[in-house]
Write a protein that binds this ligand. Structure first.
Ligand SMILES: [Zn+2]
Length: 254
């Protein structure tokens, strides 16, 4: 009991009171004549504690308590700082991820737009030319008796262009068409280019709008050099459609 100490700044005062009370108790015991072995060791021990320097112990204890308090405060602050730094890093990561996502989406949009533009770009097969023989014009030159395409005025050796994006499905001799190229367009239609003096593409090759596929000429059943151009729903002769309407529907002025 004598060694059970309350900690805190009022400890010394408390101890003094207890000592006084104990002394009174001992005095009371003394009057009964039962001063004995129980009380005596506790009483005897009290001065030793006092002499062993209670005040310095209390001072050190307070100092340690203050230090512990300071450490606790510092640790709490450090934890709060660490949490704040982590939150800031997380926010920065989220911003970076968001920016990367936006950049990726912008790039994808630009790519889609470029592809859409590429697929929708059409040009005339002969630059700065004109239609010299109309679609379905009658002539004894044609086996069907009717022109299945249009003729573009072109001197021999003029550059002939793919009118749009597509894949070459025929490149070679086409009988009455002479040297010809047939292209399957990206939308599933076909375009044909006849009477070429030379062919510059091969079957399976992809072509871009305006890409040169050969040179105009006078091969096949012709009276002079020009480009015979057809638009078709299929790759074969007889699936022709109005080439002027076809080109105009794709924005080409003919
Ligand atoms: Zn023709």
């Amino acid at each position: 009991m004598a060694f059970t100490r309350a900690t805190g700044k009022h400890r010394r005062t408390g101890r003094v009171h207890r000592t006084t009370a104990r002394a009174a108790g001992v005095a009371a015991l003394a009057t009964t004549g039962v001063v004995g072995t129980l009380a005596a060791p506790a009483l005897a021990a009290e001065p030793e504690v006092e002499q062993s320097g209670l005040t310095p112990v209390v001072t050190i204890g307070d100092s340690i308590a203050d230090e512990v308090d300071a450490q606790a405060v510092a640790q709490k602050q450090a934890a709060a700082d660490a949490a704040a730094r982590e939150a800031a890093r997380e926010a920065a990561r989220e911003r970076a991820a968001e920016a990367a996502k936006e950049a990726r989406e912008a790039k994808e949009r630009a790519a889609r737009e470029a592809e859409r533009k590429r697929l929708n770009t059409f040009v005339a097969p002969i630059t700065a030319s004109y239609v010299s023989t109309a679609y379905r014009a009658g002539s004894s030159l044609w086996s069907s008796g009717s022109h299945t395409g249009i003729d573009f005025h072109a001197a021999g050796g003029t550059s002939v262009h793919a009118v749009g994006v597509g894949t070459v499905v025929e490149a070679g001799w086409g009988g009455a068409y002479g040297n010809q190229v047939v292209i399957k367009m990206h939308d599933g239609t076909y375009t044909q280019y006849g009477h070429l003096s030379s062919i510059g593409v091969s079957v399976g090759q992809s072509v871009e709008p305006g890409q040169q596929i050969g040179l105009s000429g006078a091969t096949g059943n012709v009276t002079g050099p020009h480009l015979h151009f057809e638009a078709r729903t299929g790759p074969e002769y007889g699936s022709d459609m109005d080439p002027v309407a076809y080109l105009r529907s794709h924005g080409v002025h003919v």
